[in-house]
Design a protein around this ligand. Structure first.
Ligand SMILES: Nc1ncnc2c1ncn2[C@@H]1O[C@H](COP(=O)(O)OP(=O)(O)OP(=O)(O)O)[C@@H](O)[C@H]1O
Length: 984
């Protein structure tokens, strides 16, 4: 150990003066640091025992100055003063600490000192506290997170590799023990168990944990800090107590050796009495402080020197301690009496040893003052006497303490024995229980195996029984099935026999029922026939009754008529009677004159009636002649007539009205149109008035009814067997459709008139059939307007067929509707209007882009005269005649307009050709002229309406149309001939 510390202390014990070793210096520094960390408790903070201790041993700073080196007597006095503490504490009424609570807890029983389970956060334990000698917590070393305690120290002695922890002793006490106790047993592990004041003085065979707990408890007690007194007595006492601790350490070392170096980590032992703890605390602290003083005084005998002496047995009682102190004192005295080397005097011989020994050469030294030395010895002797006195007092206190400790030790021994006994009994019980558990386990296993064998055997038996039962059940089932089958067969036979009987019986019943039903059916049939006859009779009676009823109704009507006639006759007769009575009265007065007068009047009346009849007959004859004459007039005048109609201005928004004048309202055959402005060569702007004359000019105020009145004779001509063609020509929006197809236009009025005429002609034995068709010429193609686009077959195109012999035209594949009533004509017109191609242009929203032709074929027969006639009425609504440039049509509309213009030009060409009497009339140049071939010229009567717009904007078109109409009007296209012929 010395070599480890590098100390140079001589091994000889004669000098007893050794320089402080490095380890001792380190220990001294450790103790000094510990003392710095000590928080000196105030008297009020000290435990009661310690407070009493302080009362008994008050500090005496005046006896000896602090700077003065302490002598052995001083340390002995310290020992006595300190050793009294535990005794006083034992004698006082110190309340024992609670179980599990150390003395440190008593000093500061705050919650912060409660033992924590967590290593990382555990506050310094009481053991650590004892190591650090004060409340100041020692910072954690690098050896581990957990503060190193006496427990860990004890663990290191348990053979673990903890020798490296010796680099820094945990506590001053531990440092002292480790470094200053060159005991072989202690140095084996480099550590030693903490000293314990209550350690048994001899090795015992008691339980090791108890001893360990006592050691730990003693170390924890060392954490109690007691202020160090500067008095020499206290130093001496500390020295003594330190020696006593080392004695105990020796004893503990012996115990360690007794338990073969094995140490069990003590369990938590809280059974140490607080008085013992307190005593140990005081002693250990005193030891620490005294050792520090010893280190400061190298001349004083140290504990190591005492411990190093193997001859001197360690004192085991305070008496021995005192004796040892005395011997120490004597040794010190010898040293003191030994001539010292004066520091200022040179050494007679140069010795390499720094201390005085018996071999030291003292020759040459100056003699020292004996008197002074005696005084010093006397003073020291006095002090020694005082120390002795105090030591005796201390001895008594220590003996009390020892007695108390012995008592406590005995109690604990007893308790330990009891615990050992209980432990052994519990161990034996545990062993017994283990044996029982083992035997029970074996029994259980045996039982389980036997039970398993039993279960397997029983399962085999059950399986066998189950198989047997299955076989039996199968046999039983088969037997039962056989029995049931036989029973079923027997039952079947039985029921079959019963069924046969039942069937024969039922068949007999059915036969009876059938015969009965037949007879009943015959009866019912007979009854039904009777009922039929009755019903026929009833029906005949009903018929007869109906007829009777009708006859009765007729008779009733006749009677009613007769009654009415009779009533009238009665009234007439009454009137005549009244007249006759008046006449009788008159006659009675002047009968002859009155009778003559009556006869003359009667003759005049008869004459008037005769004249009236003659006039009526003459009227009829003249009417017939007029019609003949009209037709002859038509034939003579030419068969084309032109009428002009000007529509009214519908809305002022249409624009400025053109200047159209009608000069001759009587004849109504002229229209004067003020032409557009013209600039002459002289620059004079003027507007010409262009006069146009036609067969009839209709002003804007003329209604359709008046217009129809003018053409009704033409319609009548159709009934007389003429081909009549009425067509409207004019620009878009001039009123063509309005005139021809409106609700009161020419077509409805013509049909209505024809119906009326047909009805009238029935009296003359004429019967007519009327068939209508409606076609359209669009882009030089014929379309049937009475057939919708869905119904029409594109493969069946309309074709124009002419019958040259009959001068009639037929459109093949065109739908022809028999018109039996005026309502059918209206329906046909509406249908045609829907199917007609109407497209919008810039000239007119509702511009008709096609020519529509309504063909009404009239066939009449006169049953009386045998005459037959076929006439055709063509009502044509031409498309707009506006010029292409004006219409601004594009694309498809342009093509439409071109076709329209072409067909209209062809119409003009045909009329021109007819007027010229050309042999070839270009009917086939257009579909329109081709369709109207026999309605233009020949035996046809043609009427052209030239429609005029009243607007100034349409003036040019108006003039163009009027010029074209004038051209037509001036054309003589032949004589119309009636188709009326006698029926062969
Ligand atoms: N005499 C009239 N009295 C009142 N309104 C008329 C008369 N004539 C024409 N109209 C009106 O003028 C408008 C154009 O007439 P309509 O459609 O008959 O012209 P259009 O010559 O047939 O034109 P399109 O060639 O485009 O068919 C219509 O709204 C019609 O009602």
């Amino acid at each position: 150990m010395d070599s480890e510390n590098g100390g140079t202390r001589p091994m000889s014990s004669l000098s007893r003066l050794k320089p402080p070793s490095v380890s001792a210096a380190a220990a001294l520094q450790e103790v000094s640091e510990s003392q710095k960390n000590v928080r000196i408790p105030q008297p009020s903070q000290l435990p009661t025992g310690l407070t009493g201790l302080k009362r008994q041993f008050p500090d005496q700073p005046s006896r000896q100055p602090e700077a003065k080196r302490k002598t052995t007597n001083d340390r002995a006095g310290d020992f006595g003063a300190r050793s009294i503490g535990p005794a006083a504490a034992a004698g006082s009424n110190i309340r024992p600490a609670p179980k599990g609570m150390s003395l440190a807890n008593l000093n500061n029983p705050g919650p912060t000192h409660s033992r924590q389970l967590s290593n990382a956060s555990r506050p310094p334990s009481t053991s650590n506290y004892g190591k650090s000698v004060g409340y100041g917590a020692r910072p954690l070393t690098s050896h581990g997170d957990r503060p190193q305690t006496s427990m860990s120290f004890s663990k290191s002695t348990n053979g673990r590799a903890r020798s490296h922890t010796r680099t820094r002793p945990v506590t001053a006490m531990a440092n002292h023990v480790v470094e200053d106790e060159p005991v072989a047993g202690k140095q084996q592990n480099g550590t030693m168990p903490p000293p314990s004041f209550f350690q048994p003085s001899q090795s015992r065979a008691g339980p090791l944990p108890v001893r360990k707990s006592r050691a730990r408890f003693s170390q924890s007690l060392s954490s109690i800090s007691i202020p160090t007194s500067p008095t020499p007595r206290k130093s001496s006492l500390s020295s003594l107590v330190g020696r006593m601790d080392r004695f105990h350490i020796d004893e503990q070392q012996a115990d360690q050796q007794a338990i073969n170096g094995k140490q069990v980590i003590p369990e938590k032992d809280n059974q140490v009495q607080p008085q013992q703890q307190q005593a140990a605390v005081s002693l250990s602290n005193v030891t620490v402080r005294s050792r520090r003083k010893e280190e400061e005084n190298p001349l004083a005998p140290t504990d190591q020197e005492v411990q190093a002496d193997p001859v001197v047995p360690p004192p085991r009682t305070p008496v021995r301690v005192v004796r040892k102190a005395m011997s120490d004192f004597e040794s010190a005295l010898n040293v003191a009496l030994t001539p010292r080397t004066v520091a200022a005097s040179p050494s007679p011989t140069k010795s390499t040893q720094p201390f005085l020994t018996k071999e030291s050469n003292l020759r040459g030294f100056t003699a020292w003052d004996v008197d002074e030395r005696l005084h010093e010895v006397e003073a020291q002797f006095k002090a020694m006497k005082e120390v002795m006195h105090g030591s005796l007092t201390d001895r008594k206190a220590m003996e009390d303490v020892i007695e108390l400790a012995k008592t406590r030790a005995n109690d604990m021994e007893r308790e330990r024995d009891q615990l050992n006994q209980r432990n052994s009994s519990l161990q034996s019980e545990l062993n017994e229980l283990r044996l029982q558990v083992h035997s029970l386990t074996l029994d259980l296993e045996t039982e389980r195996r036997s039970h398993q064998f039993d279960v397997e055997g029983r399962s085999r038996e059950h399986q066998h029984e189950l198989n047997e039962l299955r076989r039996e059940l199968k046999d039983e089932t088969e037997r039962a099935q056989r029995g049931h089958r036989e029973a079923l067969e027997a039952l079947e036979r039985h029921y079959r026999a019963e069924l046969d009987d039942e069937r024969s019986q039922k068949s007999k019943e059915v036969d009876d029922l059938r015969t009965r039903l037949d007879s009943e059916q015959q009866d019912l049939h007979l009854a039904l026939q009777g009922k039929d006859r009755e019903m026929q009779t009833m029906q005949s009676q009903i018929e007869m009754l109906k007829r009777d009823l009708e006859q009765e109704q007729l008779a009733k009507k006749n009677l009613q008529q007769k009654f009415a006639e009779l009533s009238t006759t009665n009234m007439t007769l009454e009137d005549r009677g009244r007249a006759l009575r008046a006449q009788i009265e008159f006659l009675e007065s002047d009968s002859k004159q009155q009778s003559d007068s009556f006869a003359s009047m009667e003759a005049r009346l008869q004459e008037a009636l005769k004249i009236a009849e003659e006039a009526r007959q003459k009227l009829i004859k003249e009417e017939t002649e007029r019609r003949v004459l009209f037709n002859k007039y038509q034939e003579l005048k030419g068969n084309i007539r032109v009428m002009c109609r000007v529509r009214p201005v519908i809305d002022s928004s249409e624009g400025e009205e053109a200047k159209l004048l009608f000069p001759d309202l009587k004849t109504s055959a002229q229209i004067d149109v003020t032409g557009p402005e013209e600039k002459s060569s002289l620059g004079v702007v003027s507007r010409k008035t262009i006069p146009f004359e036609f067969d009839r000019v209709f002003t804007p105020s003329v209604q359709n009814e008046d217009v129809f009145g003018e053409i009704s004779q033409l319609v009548q001509s159709a009934l007389d067997g003429y081909n009549v063609c009425i067509f409207c020509y004019g620009q878009t929006g001039s009123g063509k459709t309005y005139t021809m197809s409106s609700a009161d236009g020419m077509i409805p009025r013509a049909t209505h008139m024809i119906y009326d005429t047909i009805t009238q002609l029935k009296e003359k034995s004429w019967s007519y059939t009327m068939e209508g068709s409606f076609v359209e010429v669009y882009n030089e193609e014929l379309n049937d307007l009475l057939t919708s686009s869905r119904e029409s077959d594109p493969k069946r195109k309309l074709e124009i067929r002419h019958d040259d012999a009959r001068k009639s035209t037929t459109v093949v594949n065109c739908k022809t509707v028999r018109l039996d009533s005026p309502g059918m004509v209206e329906t046909m017109l509406a249908q045609a209007q829907n199917n007609r191609s109407v497209a919008a242009t810039k000239a007119n929203e509702r511009s008709s882009r096609s020519h529509s032709v309504f063909i009404l074929r009239l066939t009449g027969e006169n049953a009386a005269t045998g005459e037959r006639c076929e006439g055709t009425l063509n009502l044509v609504d031409l498309a707009g005649s506006e010029r292409l440039k004006h219409s601004q049509a594009e694309g498809e509309r342009m093509r439409e307009t071109q076709n329209i213009n072409k067909s209209l030009a062809c119409l003009g060409d045909v009329i021109e050709a007819l007027g010229r009497g050309s042999g070839h009339v270009p009917y086939r140049n257009s579909k329109l002229t081709h369709l109207l071939q026999y309605s233009l010229g020949g035996n046809s009567k043609t009427l052209m309406f030239v429609m005029v717009s009243p607007l100034e904007a349409h003036l040019k078109e108006t003039i163009t149309s009027l010029r074209f109409a004038t051209k037509v009007h001036n054309t003589h296209i032949g004589t119309a001939k009636s188709t009326k012929k006698l029926k062969e």
